[in-house]
Design a protein around this ligand. Structure first.
Ligand code: S3P
Length: 168
């Protein structure tokens, strides 16, 4: 089975959707950020804050490569910036993954980012997050499946929509 990678902006719902999708398909799910944290002993936020974004991106790419090579994850939730790096998209292609973009309205992403305890150094203010959101949209658009999320989308309905595209 081809691995499925879930991408989209911070707060778009990647981890939840990936978890549920993996459960329904009876495959393992890996959250790339959590995998990095377990491997390196520091979270992406700590890595970005302490070592800079470039250093984090290198770790992130290496982690993604290792993860895909290990071939253990049926569904992978990427961090919001992983898909933006061309070398990661090439890797995802090379391993014949199916990419799914959760296109969640900015207002919802921001609501979740603001309410979350998690530090997101690249989205600390609304303006910073919105600029990044706009910049990244055309790149997320390159994913093979585009799921436009409505304001009141339930987890069940997103899953049904993803499953229906995957079965085509
Ligand atoms: C990032 C998103 C974060 C995390 C890091 C960088 C980004 O993951 O990887 O803070 O560049 O958008 P989430 O999308 O899970 O918040």
């Amino acid at each position: 089975m081809r691995p499925i990678v879930i991408t989209g902006f911070m707060g778009c719902g990647k981890s939840k959707v990936a978890q549920e999708l993996a459960q329904r398909r009876n495959v393992a799910m890996v959250d790339l950020d959590e995998w990095i944290t377990a491997r390196v002993g520091r979270s992406p936020a700590e890595l970005i804050t302490e070592d800079g974004e470039a250093a984090f991106r290198e770790i992130e790419s290496n982690a993604l490569r290792e993860l895909l090579q290990a071939n253990e994850a049926g569904v992978i939730a990427l961090g919001g910036g992983a898909w933006i790096e061309k070398q990661n998209r090439d890797l995802i292609d090379q391993f014949s993954c199916i990419s799914v973009w959760l296109d969640t309205p900015f207002a919802i992403c921001w609501e979740r980012i603001a309410a979350s305890e998690e530090d997101r150094p690249l989205g600390r203010t609304r303006d910073q997050a919105q600029t990044l959101y706009q910049f990244r949209r055309p790149i997320y658009q390159l994913a093979s499946i585009h799921i436009q999320m409505s304001d009141d989308e339930t987890l069940d309905s997103v899953l049904a929509r993803i499953e229906s595209v995957l079965s085509m």
